[in-house]
Design a protein around this ligand. Sequence first.
Ligand code: FES
Ligand code: FES
Length: 152
Amino acid sequence: MKITLTINNTKREVEISPSEFLLDVLRRLNYSSVKKGCDTGTCGVCTVLMDGKPVLSCSILAASADGHEITTIEGIEKDPEFKNISNALLEEGADQCGFCSPGLILNVYAMGKELKNPTEDEIKKYLVGNLCRCTGYVPQLRAIKKYFEVKA
Ligand code: FES
Ligand code: FES
């Protein structure tokens, strides 16, 4: 079957199988920032934005994304907010192996559109699905708080 996705502001017609998940379609189309981790909706590394909201692309059938706007890291890398989030993560040592970073950055980016000055609890709640095996979360939390302090 054929679907239409607008990926990073570019409309694309894509041939998919009805049982294919959005994650596999995006990786097949070479959006390599979208990572495959657990593949069961638990780890958050496959996060993309659908119509501006974070979703787990391993848990969404590509067919149900038909007609929607999908944003990956490749789509925000020229946005100054991407640089600001990445710099805060680097400065606080919150970006080690980097496997969780694309999903984390997209979540923080979306949070920044939704919340002006989130509390620590709001940050934790927003990021609860972003697992990281390297940092222990403390540097990430510090980096995200710093990002929002500078942004405010
Ligand atoms: S790969 Fe999608 S949540 Fe882990
Ligand atoms: S930095 Fe390695 S999984 Fe998060």
